[in-house]
Design a binder for this molecule. Structure first.
Ligand code: ATP
Ligand code: MG
Length: 358
């Protein structure tokens, strides 16, 4: 990607529940970045999930996929809600996410678990474990292979699921993890179960090969059971955690809960091509939709990830992250992260504050 491109086309999928509320604030932040740094962001607003079911009778219209493929990146709010809970199989709103991931070839899921020092009270771990400089871990999870995609079946009183990984699949996700580590603290912990599983032994071998291309990055292997324990025992030892689909599913949820703030955490899904998909880790939170209560920070930080990983706009991404930090440092909180005795602000106000800070 050329650094001189100044016009970016972004597919925007607000989705359901609080999706539209938080996406609106994220777009205002992008607008401000464009103004300050001289970029133009062009949006095409698209339907997916419940919103698409209501309008077109399917969770992921072809037009949405086509437009996403034609864009430089995808910004997604959240999909689903009780209104569509009676639907099953291919008609579920969540099918839109799977369809987008496979349609766009997104094999890497990046989930930072960042604990801002100002929000330490939300962390369930003891103060002495976290210290005074918060926590910053990046989980890099393989997203389109492994046991969730292997041959499966039921045979009378037995059922089976198969776990397969090819060298190529491991290689591309390992490369992503080492590339990301180069932009961070240059440490990769590759998590597997190589004492039991052949796929994990292959995983180790490939990771070691890939590591040779990144001599500046220190790496280690860790068994998944140990990693689950180390995450709550001493999480500061981790920088980038590289792992497969199922282990990553579990460990990234564990890591995010150490921060205690579901409304604060962004995510990115990346592939070989230029299009990435960026979304908050939380769901559509239908209980608080449309009430100007939802925390927009996870989505705003997702746009920072988009600028960093899809557009290589590092200083613009830093500007967003620093603006969020400043607003928190000044004591502003949405309802979900407010402490006792503190005053809370609404979704729009939080968006305003971050925009002003930029
Ligand atoms: P899904 O199945 O889509 O993951 P869920 O109900 O399991 O949905 P969330 O939608 O993530 O999980 O929400 C769980 C609860 O967390 C919500 O009811 C809401 O109160 C709170 N929550 C989630 N996201 C936010 C946010 N951005 N701001 C404030 N509160 C939030
Ligand atoms: Mg959920």
């Amino acid at each position: 990607r050329s650094r001189i491109q100044m016009n970016y086309k972004i597919a925007v999928i607000p989705g359901d529940g609080i999706g539209p509320d938080i996406i609106k604030e994220a777009q205002r932040v992008l607008e401000k970045i464009g103004e300050v740094y001289g970029h133009t962001f062009e949006y095409s607003e698209l339907l997916a999930g419940g919103a698409a079911l209501d309008a077109e009778g399917i969770p992921l219209p072809q037009k949405t996929i086509d437009e996403c493929k034609n864009s430089d990146s995808v910004l997604l709010g959240a999909v689903g809600g009780p209104k569509w809970d009676h639907l099953d199989g291919k008609m579920r709103p969540e099918q839109a996410l799977l369809g987008l991931r496979s349609g766009l070839g997104l094999f890497a899921n990046l989930r930072p678990a960042v604990l801002f020092n100002e929000l330490k009270a939300a962390c369930p771990l003891k103060d002495e474990i976290i210290g005074d400089d918060g926590l910053d871990i990046m989980c890099v999870r393989e997203l389109t292979g492994g046991i969730y995609f292997g041959k499966r079946g039921t045979d009378g009183s037995k059922a089976f699921d198969t776990l397969e990984y090819s060298e190529e699949e491991v290689k591309r996700i390992a490369k992503q993890a080492f590339e990301i580590a180069m932009k961070r603290d240059k440490k990769v912990t590759s998590v597997d179960k190589a004492n039991i599983l052949d796929t994990s032994r292959l995983w180790r071998k490939v990771v070691e090969e890939v590591a040779k291309d990144y001599p500046e990055v220190t790496y280690e292997h860790m068994y998944v059971d140990n990693a689950a324990m180390q995450l709550v025992r001493y999480p500061k030892q981790f920088d980038v955690i590289l792992t497969g689909n199922m282990f990553g599913d579990i460990l990234s949820d564990e890591a995010s809960m150490i921060t205690g703030s579901i409304g604060m955490l962004p995510s990115a899904s990346l592939g070989e091509g230029k299009v990435g998909m960026y979304e908050p880790i939380h769901g559509s939170a239908p209980d608080i939709a449309g009430q100007n209560i939802a925390n927009p920070i996870a989505t705003i930080l997702s746009t920072a990830m988009m600028l960093r990983y899809s557009f290589s706009l590092e200083k613009e991404a830093d500007a967003i992250e620093n603006a969020v930090k400043s607003v928190l440092a000044k004591g502003y909180r949405t309802k979900d992260i407010v402490g006792t005795g503190e005053q809370s602000v609404g979704t729009n106000e939080m968006g305003d504050l971050i925009v002003q800070e930029i």
